[in-house]
Design a protein around this ligand. Structure first.
Ligand code: 5GP
Ligand code: MN
Length: 343
C-alpha cells in the first residue's frame, strides 16, 4: 500500500514534470538547510532543462553564500518580485510550510496566479501549497530533497551533494540533535561517497567568523543565567552588543547550542534583539521536553526540540511570556512517571 507521504511525493514529481518555469523560495533568515535545499532543488530542475530562479526575502548569510555561486539567487525587492512571479508558472517553497515565513513574498502570492508546492520537514503547519510534501521525520529538508532527486534517478554531483550535506549537518547540529538518526548518518555516508569532504565543508561553513563574533559570544555567555534549579539556561543579547561588534542576526548561529553542555540543562532560551523592540526567541530542548508549542502559541514554530518565534516588545517582555511556559513544561516532566521522557 502506498503511504500518504509517497502519494504526495508522486504528486510533486508530476507537478515538476508539468511546469517549466520555477521560482524557488524559503523562510526569512535562511539557515543552512534552507539554502542547501534550494540549491539542490535548483540543480535538479536545471538538470531537467527547466528554467529556475531563487528569490528569498532575506539575504543569504555569508557562511552559505558559496553554495549559491553560479545560481540565479536574488534577494527581495518589490518590483523584482512582481517580475519573477509573472515569469514563473510554479513556486516551490522549501523548509517552511507557513506562508508568513516566506516574508514579503507572501503578499505577491495573493496577487499572482501561480501553482505552489511545499517541500518541508516542519510539523507545525499544514502547508499552503497545491502539493504539500511535509515529512517531519526527515532530519532536514535537504534529506527530503535528496530522496526526491533519487526517486527521479537524478545523478547527484559533488557540489549538489555538498549543498545537501550543509542542510543535513546544520539542521542536526553536526549530528548531535535528537533528529540525528540512522538515516541521517546513512545519508551523510552517501554524500561523502559522492565527493563531500566533511572537514572542508565544516570549515567553509563554520570557520568564517570575524573575531568580534567570539567576543560577542563571550559577552553573551558571561551573562548566562540559570533558572529552575539549573534546568533552564537563558542567554540575552542586546542591539547595543550587535552594533558594537558589527554583527547581524545570523551571527548568533551556534550561540544557543553552547549551554547544552551544562550538566542537567533541559532547555536553552536565547533572547536576541538586533533591532530595538524586535526580539528573536530561539528555544532548544536537550531532548526531554517539547518546546515547539510554546513558540506556535505565540505565532512561531519549528520542531519538537528546536523552535523559534519573533516577538515585539522588550527582551524582558519576551522573557515574561516565554519563561513561565518553560517552567510549566518542566513541572509536567516532574509529574510524569520515570522513564516517560524521550531520549
Ligand atoms: P532557530 O532558533 O535556529 O532560528 O530556529 C529553530 C527552528 O525553529 C527552525 O526549524 C526554524 O525554522 C524554526 N523557527 C525559528 N524562528 C521561527 C519563527 O519565527 N516562526 C516559525 N514558524 N518557525 C521558526
Ligand atoms: Mn530545516
Amino acid at each position: 500500500m502506498k503511504s500518504p507521504a509517497s502519494a504526495d511525493r508522486a504528486a510533486l514529481h508530476e507537478f515538476v514534470a508539468k511546469h517549466q518555469r520555477f521560482l524557488l523560495t524559503t523562510h526569512v533568515n535562511p539557515d543552512g538547510d534552507a539554502i542547501g535545499s534550494e540549491v539542490a532543488f535548483a540543480a535538479w530542475l536545471l538538470g531537467k532543462g527547466k528554467s529556475v530562479r531563487i528569490l528569498n526575502d532575506s539575504p543569504t548569510p555569508p557562511a552559505f553564500r558559496y553554495l549559491t555561486d553560479g545560481y540565479p539567487a536574488e534577494v527581495y525587492d518589490e518590483a523584482l518580485c512582481d517580475q519573477r512571479f509573472s515569469e514563473a508558472d510554479a513556486l516551490i517553497v522549501l523548509d517552511t510550510s507557513n506562508k508568513q515565513r516566506i516574508g514579503r513574498l507572501a503578499k505577491h502570492l495573493d496577487q499572482h496566479v501561480i501553482a505552489v508546492a511545499i517541500v518541508d520537514h516542519h510539523a507545525t503547519h499544514e502547508g499552503f501549497g497545491r502539493i504539500n510534501v511535509i515529512e517531519s521525520e526527515m532530519a532536514a529538508t535537504a534529506s527530503l530533497v535528496y530522496e526526491i532527486m533519487r526517486e527521479s534517478e537524478h545523478k547527484i554531483d559533488a557540489r549538489t551533494a555538498e549543498a545537501i550535506y550543509v542542510g543535513l549537518s546544520t539542521d542536526t547540529g553536526n549530528f548531535r540533535y535528537s533528529n540525528t538518526d540512522a538515516k541521517a548518518h546513512l545519508l551523510a555516508a552517501e554524500l561523502v561517497a559522492l565527493g563531500v569532504q566533511p572537514q572542508v565543508t565544516y570549515e567553509r561553513v563554520h570557520a568564517t567568523a570575524p573575531p568580534g563574533r567570539l567576543r560577542f559570544f563571550g559577552e553573551a555567555l558571561a551573562g548566562l543565567t540559570m533558572l529552575e534549579d539549573g534546568r533552564v539556561a537563558v542567554l540575552d543579547v542586546s542591539p547595543e552588543q550587535f552594533a558594537r561588534h558589527g554583527l547581524i542576526g545570523a551571527d548568533t548561529e551556534g550561540l544557543v547550542d553552547m549551554p547544552r553542555v551544562i550538566r542537567g540543562v533541559e532547555v536553552v532560551a536565547l533572547f536576541s534583539e538586533v533591532d530595538p523592540g524586535k526580539v528573536k526567541v530561539s528555544l532548544r530542548s536537550t531532548g526531554r521536553v517539547s518546546i515547539d508549542q510554546v513558540c506556535v502559541r505565540l505565532g512561531g514554530g519549528g520542531h519538537e526540540h528546536a523552535a523559534g518565534v519573533q516577538l515585539r516588545g522588550s527582551r524582558e517582555d519576551a522573557k515574561t511570556r516565554i519563561l513561565p511556559e518553560i517552567a510549566k513544561l518542566l513541572a509536567a516532566l516532574n509529574a510524569a512517571p520515570a522513564g516517560g521522557g524521550k531520549a
